[in-house]
Design a protein around this ligand. Sequence first.
Ligand code: NPG
Length: 368
Amino acid sequence: MKIAELELRTINLPLVRPFRTSFGTQNAREVLMLKLTTSDGIIGWSECVALSEPVYSPEYVAGALDLIKRFLIPTLLAAEELRAEFVAPLLEGFLGSPMAKATLETALLDAQLRTEHRSLADYLGANKTKILCGVSVGIAPSIPQLIEEVSGYIADGYKRIKLKIEPGWDIIPVGEVRRTWPDIPLQVDANQAYHRGDGDLLAQLDQFELLLIEQPLNEHDILGHAQLAQKVRTPICLDESITSLHAAEDALALKATTVINIKPGRVGGYLEAVKIHNLCVNEGIPVWCGGMLETGIGRAANVALAALPGFTLPGDTSASSRFYHQDITDPFVMKDGYLDVPQGIGVGRVPDLEFLESITSYKEKIEI
Ligand code: NPG
């Protein structure tokens, strides 16, 4: 494939309600989008999952935009022949920045699969046509408001609830949710908010029969997670720490995690995500697909990934309406707790261009 045109833009989508985590509150989602046109006129789309600020990971929208323009695009344009499979090796010399790299690989993959009339689900090796949905619930202003929000999601049909926790918002709110719904599959996510000395506190979560505790400690603290895993009965699941296949191999070998949250953007793209999935299947480790408040473009690709056989736990692959009044694509609508896996070519969704224009804050065509 040859790239004929590239267009970068940022959009701003308001969230249906503020989403508070231990690293801050999101009121709207700023998203960096890439449109890639091949010399045959085939268009591929992708979104970068970096947030506006470097608070979940070191990447952020303006930084990713600069890196993509300054280093990644010129390197790819200099290549003789391009396929999505060549992107990671071509960009290997630039350190880190998996989210920026994934943006290029995914747009190319979308265009490539559209050229080949193939769906992403088929290409990745999906064996399901619908996937079970979980929902991630932010830190609420009060326990009654938390219970009300969770009630709404359960009424909507979500089959697994994930509660965001942080010091001061953990044992009591989680206990209240568990008391209210004794049988609902429940898990918690700390986004690195605890420290090595918090083992006794986190062990108190064991009484609630949680599916897992996600990323309790700093992303670099693999030893701390391994020590914590000895102390708590609830399985530890790593998210931020797993930035590559190698990181996953290390964390498993060191017994720092027994479940893995796979987020394609965090690991450099869907191809690396499949490698981590395959490793986990071989090691008997369950995986699930995380979310980064994606629009329909990123959500479509995540739903395809979550249809692979090793994704045995419900992911944060919610309906579009969980976050957005209006999505930029045909929305993902949940039926009986499931989302249909897109079967169309490429990622199976395209943006509504008129709506996209109306929420675009910046747009730039790259000269080729
Ligand atoms: O369903 O898209 C979703 C959001 C799921 O909680 C979720 N994501 O740490 O996993 C996370 C968290 C997150 C949200 C991370 C926003 C980064 C930004």
